[in-house]
Every structure is written in C-alpha cells, then in structure tokens.
Design a protein around this ligand. Sequence first.
Ligand SMILES: [Zn+2]
Length: 322
Amino acid sequence: MFVGVDLGGTHLRTALVDAAGSLRHLRKVPTDIASGAKTTALRLISECQTQVRMAREAGERVLAVGLGVAGKVDRNQGKVIFSPNLLALNGYPLARELQHALEIPVILENDANLFGVGENWVGAGRGLSNWVGVTLGTGVGGCLIFDGRLWTGDDLGFAGEIGHMVITPDGPPCVCGLRGCLEAHASGRALMEGIAAAVASGSLISGRLHDLWQSGWLTPAAVYESALAGDPLARGLFRQLGWALGLALAGVFSVLGIGHAVVGGGVSAAWDQFIEPLQASLAAHSSMLDRKDAVVLRGQLGDHAALLGAARLAALEASTPS
Ligand SMILES: [Zn+2]
C-alpha cells in the first residue's frame, strides 16, 4: 500500500492506495495554514500516521508516501520552495520531517504534476504517450507527460507551468507578479476578479452575482451557475477562459509537436461553458497542427487525481533502486 497526500491551501487530504489504483480511507481535514508551518507539519504527520495504522490493522504495510503540494518544490531536499497558497511553508523541509517521523520514504512533488501522474495511470491520459495537463482551480497548474512519464525538466523545482505563460503582456495582474498570465484569465480567481472588476466599473450594479460579491459569498461555482442561467457577464468570463486556454494550448502543441491535452481541476466542471471557445481559439492560433489532431480531454479522476498520482509516484520511486 501507498499513502497519497494532497496538501492544498484549504484542505489536507490523505488516502491509502493499492498497487491497482483503488483508493481507500479517504480523509480530509482543514489545512489551517494560519497556525503556522510547524502545526501544519504536525497535522500532516498525524494524518499519515493514522493511514499507516489503518493499513496495519487491515494486515497491510505502507511502503512509501507521495506528498503533493501546490507550488515550487525541491524534491531532492524534501522542501517546499514557494507555495502561493501556503506561504508559511516556504523553505520548510516538510517531506523530510514527515519521512523522519514515519520512517518510510516520502516523495514530494507539485500537485499539478501529480494530477498528471494520476490521470496517466488510471484516468484520461491512460494509453497516451505524450500530453500536456492543465488543472483549473483557484490558480492554473500544469504538467507534461512524455513517453508515458512525468517530465521534470532540469529539476529546477517546476515543469509544465502553463499557468504562468504570458497570454496578454498588458493583461490583468497575476499572483506571480507578472501580467496577463494564463492564470490571470483562466482560473477560479480570474472569474472572481472578473466579477469584482464589473462591480468596480459600475457595469454590474444588481442581480445575483452582484449580491454574492457584496456579501462575500461569491464562488467560481456560482459564476458557473449564473452562466448556465444565461447571465451574459458570467458567460463572457468563461468565453475568455476558453479563449486564453486555447491560445496557450496552441503554443504548447506547436512547440512540442503533440496533440493531446487533459484538463481537470474544480473549474473544469464548467466544461460546457468554455470548451467551444477553447477549441475555436486553439484552431485559430495553430498554423502547424491540423484541427483533427488537436484533442482536448476532460480529466476522469476529479478530486482524486493528485492523491492517486501521489501514491503512484511513491510506488514508482519505491521500486526504483537509487
Ligand atoms: Zn503568473
């Protein structure tokens, strides 16, 4: 058995995963990063110890742990380098501490890369050699799978970061400090900021989205519901999301000579609102690739992709002699 961990800005999720990819004992607790790095690390250790104990009670043994964290990570040092949603963890040797406490190997990786490993293993990427993965959540993550394996580049702590490809150099500001990144056009945060901008400019002065924004209850899911109900502002924001993602994928496909993408993450639930503009933009911005060769698939593993990917990466590393 392997333990998969997905440490996000809001929730810490763990699961036991067997060698066939079935997931058991899913546990979810608040990350509570506001209490600091040490408290978060202790909570992580305690959740993993619970999983190890549950495996033991079932007569199984945990061989390794895969730990997914949003942000830039140093796999070799077992350290988080920079995580925009978990700032307190920057520079923190999270995986090293976990490994020390559990006395089993812990493999640290970026959560979008683990989405790729998971979908590649038992999801939409199964059987595909080469593809680019995109996770649409609060931010936009990405990964590259080449020859059926996760591409880690020059081990700089990131790879496949499509979210920070600049789409419009004079566009809206991105959390990374640049302007007009894909993430600034195509994330849950971008949808919320689109509503905020409409309120600020006076073009949105009443209605459901206005009221949700005013009360602080606006979510990307609410923007999607409004789009489904025909709200032109919400629909326009999803058109913009599809346009930007199609433009980014056209560049990636052309550079790499590949034709497949897998799109997941919470905001991909709004698929019907952005897939047509995405495909139109992809076709409009590709001069090399035939339209029929460009295939954009929806992720199949939902919330579980990174957890499964974490466990799979742990299994792969545990079976590779170092
Ligand atoms: Zn950016």
